[in-house]
Design a protein around this ligand. Structure first.
Ligand SMILES: [Zn+2]
Length: 443
């Protein structure tokens, strides 16, 4: 075909897409941006017939005029939905979808499309009927990849663009009001970072008894930002501290020469200890204050363990590596598990809702492995974990156990760590020095 029209359309499309890329958020102002939700669209269509639009001088316009200009749509993929389905919902013809799939395939398998992928299309009403003519499509399967399809006659041309990410430092500090998790959450700290922090401190800190209103904390993590879209993704926790009474706990993420990664305290000792102080997901612990249904008991002559109050179903973790020596109902303990860690020490977990996968007598478990879930079986009034530490078969106070310091880095590795620590401290202190809000991000 020699007609200049397809080339013109292609040219316009290229231009439109170029603008889209250059000014993603301003784009929304130029064209009508919609999120494709089928039900919503259907409702909108219904409403359109009844709607009358009042013009600026009071005249009644006749319904909504058919939009002939290209419109950008942000498509919301539902779980299990294919590219075909979502484009069909948008009134794109099967012929065009076939061409889209064909153009896309060498760069991205359309079967791998998922609801968390960014999918935008630009289309306009076709000359005949209700169909939409697809002009362009943008797919972002992850933060660094963008696939752009542009209509070229009846076909599509696809290209893959590598997006640059800016690495930023995010520093947050605060005082616990109700719970550490809730406070960090209120400062937009992602769950993955809060969990890394809580896990890092779980060897040394009893999250039920030691975190009280006023406990100070701080953390520093990496954020990767897509320069074009502003979309951010959290990297890893680099550093965190907790100030409990006179003691400040610090954890530094450090990568060994050999590539292994771990958290170390300021002296270069691994935070890993034989037993966890908090053998339950610390993010989900209920504040002990004002517990009406079940008092969160500490260790006493009458109560030979400590309690962790958390919602039913909260994961319970093995406090240390060991062998399961009891797993079953045991009178007032309800569903009960006991793990032998070495010749001397064992730990026990009571009132479980259910057991972890494969947990039975004789099974070897690793520290941190899920051995069951918080419940209220046996004699208790509210859901909690009753936790005991046994020394030669006799219960001892878990909060009183002094554990040996973790292995310390040596030689050049220690030197490297201390150098790294200095840099991390610098980032953290500089950030706090110039931000009174204590939530700061900089490149
Ligand atoms: Zn108890």
């Amino acid at each position: 075909m020699n007609s200049p029209l397809p080339r013109l359309i292609a040219g316009v499309t290229c231009f439109v897409i170029a603008i889209t890329i250059a000014t993603w958020d301003k784009w929304a102002l130029l064209f009508r941006v919609q999120t494709l939700d089928f039900d919503e669209l259907a409702l909108e269509e219904q409403a359109e017939g009844e709607e009358t639009i009042v013009g600026p001088d009071g005249d009644k316009a006749e319904g909504e005029p058919a939009k002939k200009e290209p419109t950008e749509f942000i498509l919301d993929l539902q779980s299990g939905e294919s590219l075909y389905t979502v484009l069909r919902k948008q009134n794109i013809t099967p012929q065009q979808i076939h061409q889209v799939v064909k153009a896309l395939r060498p760069l991205f398998n359309p079967r791998n499309i998922r609801p968390d992928h960014d999918l935008h299309i630009v289309s306009k009403p076709a000359k005949d009927g209700d169909r939409q003519e697809l002009l362009g499509l943008t797919l972002r399967p992850n933060m660094t990849t963008e696939i752009v399809l542009e209509a070229e006659g009846s076909k599509f041309r696809a290209k893959k663009i590598k997006l640059q990410l800016l690495e930023k430092n995010q520093v947050v500090s605060g005082k616990v009001d109700y719970s550490l998790y809730a406070d960090a959450k209120s400062k937009n700290v992602p769950d993955s970072i809060i969990n890394q922090m809580i896990r890092g401190f779980s060897y040394d800190v009893d999250f039920q008894r030691s975190i009280t209103p006023g406990t100070e904390y701080g953390l520093y993590y990496k954020v990767f930002e897509n320069e074009r879209t502003g979309q951010q993704e959290a990297g890893d926790l680099q550093f965190a501290y907790l100030k409990i009474g006179p003691k400040t706990y610090k954890i530094y993420r450090y990568t060994h020469k050999g590539g292994t990664i771990g958290f170390y305290n300021g002296k270069g000792e691994t935070v890993r200890k034989t037993l966890l102080k908090t053998p339950v997901d610390g993010a989900r612990l209920s504040s002990g204050f004002g517990m009406r249904r079940h008092p969160v008991l500490g260790y006493s002559k009458m109560h030979k363990g400590i309690d962790f109050a958390a919602p039913i179903g909260t994961p319970i973790m093995a406090a240390g590596d060991g062998k399961v020596i009891k797993a079953g109902k045991w009178s007032s303990y309800g569903n009960y598990v006991r793990i032998q860690h070495n010749k001397t020490y064992a730990t026990a977990y009571a009132h479980m809702h259910r057991y972890g996968k494969g947990i039975k007598v004789g099974k070897w478990v690793r520290q941190g492995q899920i051995i069951g879930y918080v419940g209220r079986t046996g004699r208790c009034t509210g859901p909690h974990l009753h936790y005991e530490v046994l020394k030669n078969g006799v219960q001892v106070n878990p909060t009183r156990i002094t554990q040996m310091a973790g292995n310390k880095l040596k030689g050049q590795e220690l030197k490297n760590f201390l150098h790294h620590k200095k840099a991390v401290d610098g980032v953290f202190e500089t950030a706090l020095a110039y931000d009174p809000q204590h939530i700061i991000q900089y490149g």
